[in-house]
Design a protein around this ligand. Structure first.
Ligand code: 5GP
Length: 115
C-alpha cells in the first residue's frame, strides 16, 4: 500500500488544512506557500490520477468539472479572472503526484505563466 497523498490527508482530517469549498468529487484549499495574492488548489477527491494527462485520459468529465469548479472559486475569492496551472512531472516542479490545479489570481501584474 502506498501512503495517502498530502492532499488526501488534508481531506480526511489526518493533517490540518481548511477546505474552502467542495463538491461531491472535488475540493479546494489555500496553498500553504502562496505565489500570488490568491493561490488556491483544486483537487479531485480521488488520488487515482497522478497528473492532468492521466486525468484527461481517465476521466475527462472530472477534468471539465475541475475547470468549472475553479471558475466558481476564482469568482468567489477574486475578480473572476485567473490563471490555471498544472505542473506535470517532477522537472516541471510537480511535487505532489495527486493531480491538482493551481488557481492564481488577484492582481497578477506580470505576464509570466509560472507560479
Ligand atoms: P506542485 O508543486 O505539486 O504543483 O504543487 C504542490 C503545492 O502544494 C505547492 O504549491 C505547495 O505549496 C502545496 N502544499 C504542499 N504541502 C501542503 C500542505 O500541507 N498544505 C497546503 N495547503 N498546501 C501544501
Amino acid at each position: 500500500m502506498t501512503e495517502p497523498s498530502i492532499f488526501t490527508r488534508i481531506l480526511t482530517g489526518d493533517i490540518p488544512g481548511e477546505i474552502i469549498a467542495s463538491t461531491d468529487r472535488l475540493f479546494a484549499i489555500r496553498d500553504i506557500a502562496p505565489q500570488a495574492p490568491v493561490h488556491l488548489l483544486v483537487i479531485p477527491k480521488t488520488e487515482q490520477y497522478r497528473d492532468v494527462v492521466e486525468l484527461a485520459a481517465g476521466d475527462p468529465t472530472l477534468l471539465a468539472e475541475l475547470i468549472a469548479f475553479a471558475n466558481t472559486i476564482a469568482a468567489e475569492h477574486s475578480d473572476g479572472d485567473f490563471r490555471l496551472l498544472f505542473n506535470t512531472g517532477a522537472n516541471s516542479g510537480q511535487t505532489v503526484f495527486h493531480v491538482h490545479a493551481h488557481i492564481l489570481a488577484g492582481g497578477l501584474t506580470e505576464k509570466s505563466v509560472g507560479a
